[in-house]
Design a binder for this molecule. Structure first.
Ligand SMILES: CC(C)(COP(=O)(O)OP(=O)(O)OC[C@H]1O[C@@H](n2cnc3c(N)ncnc32)[C@H](O)[C@@H]1OP(=O)(O)O)[C@@H](O)C(=O)NCCC(=O)NCCS
Length: 170
């Protein structure tokens, strides 16, 4: 794998985003609250609208990692209007063949720099508690567990652990 770079997805990338997101849901069904079955039913305008302003989101940073024009990974940083001090991370996923090479770490670095620039005081996420790779990623990058386990989705039998990185404590 040659050196990868991170770039921001723009609204005109919605079809690329749709492809990566559906791949991630199919490949890692236990990592996300949403399912491939649900999201594969979305219309093109639903996918496009994820890049448009809405009543819930203050500002978003949709990122992909690419190498030689091939997508290696995806992650969203997102700040909700209800809490402008917290950046949330969603949809983190790296292609299986690109794992273990620092792609997720670089996506996290970019989101952290953005969160600081947006004057946030913390970054929050939820990770499936049994997902050793993802929990290891977030722990080694400075996240700590907070709060109680919550069900990933009704009937899944899986639980997610909320984690947080506080810039004050970092
Ligand atoms: C979790 C995931 C995003 C990690 O991506 P990655 O690009 O392989 O991660 P990195 O190479 O940047 O690794 C960073 C750290 O994560 C941890 N890590 C990564 N893979 C690991 C594994 N299989 N087991 C244990 N720890 C692991 C290590 O601490 C690693 O640090 P190190 O390289 O200094 O040892 C990737 O495995 C993935 O996409 N999994 C499926 C989807 C998913 O679980 N998403 C998370 C949703 S919350």
């Amino acid at each position: 794998m040659s050196k990868f770079k991170i770039r921001i997805l723009e609204s005109e990338d919605w079809q690329l985003y749709k492809m990566i997101r559906l791949c991630s849901l199919k490949e890692s069904p236990d990592s996300f609250g949403a399912t491939y079955e649900q999201e594969s039913l979305l219309s093109d305008s639903d996918w496009f609208s994820r890049f448009q302003p809405n009543s819930d989101v203050a500002v978003a940073l949709p990122l992909i990692a690419e190498s030689d024009g091939h997508v290696l990974g995806l992650a969203w940083g997102l700040i909700h209007k209800s809490d402008l001090k917290t950046t949330h991370i969603y949809q983190m996923w790296v292609l299986p063949e690109a794992r273990g090479k620092g792609v997720a770490s670089k996506l996290l670095d970019e989101i952290k720099a953005w969160a600081l620039n947006e004057k946030c005081s913390s970054i929050a996420l939820s990770v499936t508690a049994s997902n050793t790779a993802a929990v290891g990623l977030y722990r080694t990058r400075g996240f700590i567990t907070v709060g109680q386990l919550e069900e990933l989705r009704a009937g899944s039998g899986l639980y997610v652990q909320p984690m947080i990185m506080s810039f004050n404590a970092a």
